[in-house]
Design a protein around this ligand. Sequence first.
Ligand SMILES: [Zn+2]
Length: 104
Amino acid sequence: MASRQVCRIGDQGEGICFAHDTPQNFTTTFTTGSAVMFADGIQICVVGTIGTTTCGHHTRATTGSGLSGATDGAIHRVGDVGVVIEDERGTYTATTGSPSVDSL
Ligand SMILES: [Zn+2]
């Protein structure tokens, strides 16, 4: 499998949130990351990273890679997914990441 760009604080994912009367497409922007791992000088997102969505909810990263010497949790990468925290009513897929740092 090809390596994938790692997500950093400020990177984004796209998904659909069902915690509304009508499901809404949203963009989530990651707001938390590893305390010890950086890409491009920015903290790397890991499983458990929180995001804030354009629909007014929050997301939590649920998949990532444990490879590449991760010391602070599995690295969240483009193509990894997460859930809407509020009742876990929705999911997203990470869509943007580092232009220079990949992770298997
Ligand atoms: Zn929502």
